[in-house]
Ligand binder design. Structure first.
Ligand code: TRP
Length: 446
């Protein structure tokens, strides 16, 4: 049994070292497990909620896609795609919106935080709140439920959203499942032992604190960032305290045990901070150097990235398209054609009630074959006279039918000549189903 693991990355920024250690590296390691069926995607519809700068959205999507591939994600094994390449996602979002309680969404942290801020500032509670922000958890539920993910690894701030996806999925199952679990209910995964890196100033590394180390800048940019790590003022030769140094914590996140022990001993022995920074730079440069080259190669070939992501979307849609079809059925958005079929299957008599209707046109005599519901099954060619048309309709009811698929329609032949044609169908499957119905409608009476 494989486990389907799914997670999204909002495309508003440029990945930094903290994203790498905290999310990218562990996710890629997890995707290599033979039991894992990983779905990783760029949550670019989510990005639109927070950002109205098209250039930044576009740059971030490109950078994040290149980062994941450069870091070793195997796009053949995992399913790697952009949310916005899956039109089934917004469609499912609507189906879920219709069963999501407004009260549930009122309780979402992100929305509540905006309301609290507004109230504090004496503003209207909903000032600046878009429907995108308000419905954010429903879109996220669609991401997760669309692929029946078992596990969703996320940061702590997203736990509530995964719980809401469970709630919404459960409600949909209850309303439309007919006793069947349409949606798998996802479980949140919080990786306790994943590194939360400190930033340059010792607080959590985060874009909002402006204390990040770039992941794939040049070696020089990496060196400059490391040089800006804040340390205490102990002079060269004075012993340093590794356990109270975030420079050491950063080192630890990328070193082997032996490297870590050696670095600790050097710091205790009075290594100068400048030297210590050089050691950290070398370690990071060594860990990231090859990936950085792959990254820059990828980013200069955006058309190749486009192909990779479109192939990922095609793979994802092989699941999403038929599944959404099932869900549309479940809520009652069904083809009328099928409904007719169901009615006539239930009552053989009704199917038998197919009737020929002949009529005269400028170019001669034709007939139509209508099913019980009056839907046209066939339209004949023009015959010289009514008698010729009548003979053909008799033969169609008494002889074995000769039907041939013709692109998206089919013809009926008598003595090898096409004498009538079906309407056009949008898929081969619909056409084949109609051929079957015609056979039933014209089968000789027992
Ligand atoms: N909201 C998530 C974040 O900001 C990103 C995301 C979107 C996501 N859809 C998802 C995560 C589905 C997990 C599953 O981090």
């Amino acid at each position: 049994m494989t486990t389907r693991i799914l997670t999204g990355i909002t495309t508003t920024g440029t990945p930094h070292l903290g994203n790498y250690a905290g999310a990218i590296r562990p996710a890629i390691v997890a995707s290599r497990d033979p039991q894992a069926d990983s779905f990783y995607f760029l949550a670019d519809y989510h990005a639109l909620i927070k950002c109205d700068d098209p250039a930044r959205i576009q740059r971030s999507r490109l950078e994040i896609a290149a980062t994941w591939l450069a870091c070793g994600l195997d796009a053949d094994k995992a399913t790697f795609y952009r949310q916005s390449d899956i039109p089934e996602i917004p469609e499912l979002t609507w189906l879920l919106t219709c069963v999501s309680a407004k009260g549930l969404l009122n309780r979402a942290h992100a929305y509540k935080a905006s309301v609290d801020k507004n109230v504090e500032a004496g503003e209207d509670p909903d000032a600046g709140v878009t429907m995108g922000l308000y419905s954010y958890p429903v879109l996220m539920a669609a991401d997760i439920l669309m692929f029946n993910a078992h596990k969703v690894p996320v940061g702590r701030d997203q736990i509530q959203h995964v719980e809401m996806a469970r709630d919404i999925g459960q409600r949909f199952n209850h309303l439309f499942g007919n006793g069947k679990e349409l949606f798998t209910l996802p479980e949140v995964v919080i990786e306790e032992d994943v590194a939360t890196l400190p930033g340059l100033d010792g607080r959590k590394m985060s874009k909002s604190y402006d204390n990040t180390i770039p992941l794939f800048g040049s070696a020089k940019q990496l060196k400059d960032a490391v040089a800006r790590i804040v340390t205490d003022s102990r002079a060269p030769g004075e012993p340093k305290d590794p356990d109270n140094s975030h420079l050491f914590t950063l080192y630890q996140a990328f070193s082997t045990r032996e490297q870590e022990a050696a670095f600790r001993a050097e710091l205790l022995g009075g290594l100068a901070w400048g030297e210590a920074k050089q050691r950290l730079f070398e370690l990071l440069d060594n860990e990231l150097g090859e990936a950085r080259e792959r990254y820059h190669a990828l980013i200069t070939r955006p058309a190749d990235l486009e192909d990779i992501l479109l192939a990922g979307a095609a793979k994802a849609r092989r699941i999403a398209t038929p599944f959404l079809g099932e869900l549309r059925e479940a809520v009652g958005l069904r083809s009328f054609r099928e409904q007719v079929q169901v009615a006539s299957e239930g009552k053989k008599k009704a199917a038998k009630a197919a009737r020929f209707v002949s009529f005269r046109e400028d170019d001669g005599f034709r007939f139509r074959l209508l099913d019980a519901a009056g839907e046209q099954l066939l339209l004949s060619i023009a015959f010289a006279d009514g008698k010729a048309a009548g003979q053909v309709t008799k033969r169609l009811q008494s002889e074995e039918l000769d039907l041939r698929a013709e692109l998206n329609a089919f013809s009926v032949r008598v003595d090898g000549e096409a004498v009538a044609y079906s309407p056009e169908f949008s898929t081969d499957a619909e056409r084949d189903a109609a051929m079957q119905r015609l056979r039933e409608a014209l089968a000789p009476q027992e």
